[in-house]
Ligand binder design. Structure first.
Ligand code: ADP
Ligand code: FRU
Length: 289
């Protein structure tokens, strides 16, 4: 069991299941509706806690009643919220349209909370953690937090998820031990293939293991010595719910590294877990096989 801190968001997800994705201005009835806690960091921790790790979240939590289901779920998974910052307000909320026909999840997200930043992070005793994972959000703030870890000696291991092209996010590249990119980020930089993208990222992050997820195709990684590794996805018999596949993948990857697996095996471990997630509704009961 390792001690893992994730910095990022916890959200309220309103998840509508639809036979197919609607046309604009359509009116249709959903097949199902459920509400669930979400957010990349919270989702990753919910999975890691089920894999047996001791987890803590560093994020901004609203203190109003709408946040109660989020806090209850995280507490049920034993996720420590002591370093969260509490503010008045309502939780970041996502309207998620899950299309059964396409197996896609379309997310409309709203938040008006401040970001968790270095001001809160510098008060955390880093010796309490073996691994710190960041949802790369505010670029300069994330970079300051990552650099604090880089300068700590001995410090925890550090991973950063770079999912969206956020202003100044490149500043984190030189500090993290592991960078997990999304296909959307690679596409945004003009890459439509993983290999050249990873090689370009290597120029800015010579010290890191680099990973890029490629949706249904699986995931690619570039080891420190420069070898490209690949794992195919492990599609379930029927995709039920792909919401949080990436967050589950990140949990699988961190778990694999903590178990001492190399990058090739870690990619496979993470893709397997993400595939298992796609075959079930939500994240409850994900334990790997
Ligand atoms: P997200 O959009 O949730 O961030 P990605 O699309 O980047 O997630 O996928 C992350 C990982 O999840 C992929 O590398 C793959 O292993 C797995 N995955 C995603 N979609 C599927 C699917 N339909 N079937 C099986 N595995 C999937
Ligand atoms: C899935 C997710 C959802 C959340 C959204 C935030 O990866 O974390 O749970 O609503 O992304 O962008």
């Amino acid at each position: 069991m390792a001690r893992i801190l994730a910095i990022g968001t916890a959200t309220l997800d309103l998840i509508f299941t639809l036979t197919r994705y609607p046309a604009e201005d359509a009116e249709l009835r959903a097949r199902g509706l459920r509400t669930s806690p979400g957010g990349n960091a919270a989702n990753t921790l919910v999975v890691l806690s089920q894999l047996g790790h001791a987890c803590a979240l560093g994020g901004v939590l609203p203190d109003g009643p709408e946040a109660a289901p989020i806090i209850e779920c995280l507490a049920r998974h034993g996720i420590d919220l002591a370093v969260c910052r509490r503010v008045p307000g309502r939780p970041p909320t996502s309207c998620v349209l899950l299309s059964l026909e396409e197996g896609t999840r379309t997310i409309v997200h709203y938040r008006d909370l401040p970001e968790y930043g270095h001001e809160e992070f510098h008060q955390i005793d880093l010796t309490r953690f073996d691994w710190v994972h960041f949802e790369g959000r505010d670029g300069p703030e994330t970079a300051r937090m990552v650099h604090r870890i880089r300068d700590a000696s001995p410090g925890p291991l550090c991973s950063v998820e770079v999912e969206k092209p956020r202003s100044g996010i490149e500043a984190v590249f030189a500090g993290a031990g592991m960078l997990i990119f999304s296909r959307a980020y690679a596409n945004h930089l003009g890459f439509d293939a993983p290999r050249p993208f990873l090689l370009r990222m290597r120029e800015q992050a010579p010290q890191a293991d680099l990973i890029v997820t490629w949706g249904k195709e699986g995931a690619y990684g570039l080891t420190y010595p420069g070898e490209v590794q690949y794992s195919p996805a492990f599609p379930p018999i029927k995709a039920q719910d792909t919401l949080g596949a990436g967050d589950t993948f990140n949990a699988g990857l961190i778990d694999a590294y903590l178990k001492g697996l190399g990058l090739a095996d870690a990619l496979s471990h993470a893709c397997r877990l993400a595939g298992q997630k796609c075959g079930q509704i939500g994240l409850e009961g994900l334990k790997g096989r």
